[in-house]
Design a protein around this ligand. Structure first.
Ligand code: SAM
Length: 173
């Protein structure tokens, strides 16, 4: 399945760390790219340097219009899953979403325009309490992959963790 993330909005008062985390969670939890509006080039560079060290082909794309990305995705036959506390419970929707060939996951950094709810094929809640787009994204992608993404190998990196119960070991490839 092809999975991309589209983050709508950017809060200037928030630090770039939150933005970087949205990208890193997308990458680590099995998305192939994240589209973001109004972000600093430095976020893209940080995520690219993680990719160089740890592998994978994840991309950050800075876009002017979220609507163009969403429209283009639908035009090419893809479906949209918008994560919102007002949607249907993730566990009631996930089986259907798993049948799709490509999914664009929309998350909001701030209030999401009504149009996103209307364009979405699925409006999905990770519980109906307000929390965080990063937590919602992680839980949604984990459910979508049934946990398997946590064992995924990221090809082409310079480093690899050697898992162990105590201590830290990193192999240079
Ligand atoms: N009122 C918002 C909403 O529609 O979910 C909460 C805003 S929250 C600051 C920013 C983003 O976090 C939302 O746009 C949504 O993508 C995500 N989010 C927060 N709580 C969520 C939940 N319970 N389920 C799914 N997504 C959630």
């Amino acid at each position: 399945m092809r999975i991309a993330v589209l983050r709508i909005g950017h809060r200037l008062v928030r630090d770039d760390r939150v933005t970087t985390h949205a990208a890193l969670v997308s990458r680590a939890f099995g998305a192939e790219r994240i589209y973001m509006t109004g972000i600093d080039q430095s976020v893209k560079e940080t995520v690219a340097s993680v990719g160089k060290r740890w592998g994978g082909g994840f991309a950050v794309e800075i876009v002017d219009s979220w609507k163009e990305v969403a429209r283009g995705w639908k035009k090419s036959g893809g479906k949209i899953a918008h994560l919102t506390m007002y949607g249907v419970n993730v566990d009631d929707a996930i089986e259907q979403v798993r049948k799709e060939e490509s999914i664009l996951v929309i998350i909001g950094a701030e209030k999401v325009p009504r149009e996103a709810y209307d364009m979405a094929d699925y409006n999905i809640a990770v519980g109906n309490q307000p929390h965080s787009e990063i937590a919602a994204l992680a839980v949604f992608l984990d459910r979508l992959h049934g946990g398997r993404q946590l064992r995924k190998e990221f090809a082409g990196g310079r480093m690899r963790v050697v898992p162990m119960e105590k201590g830290k070991k990193v192999e240079t490839l």
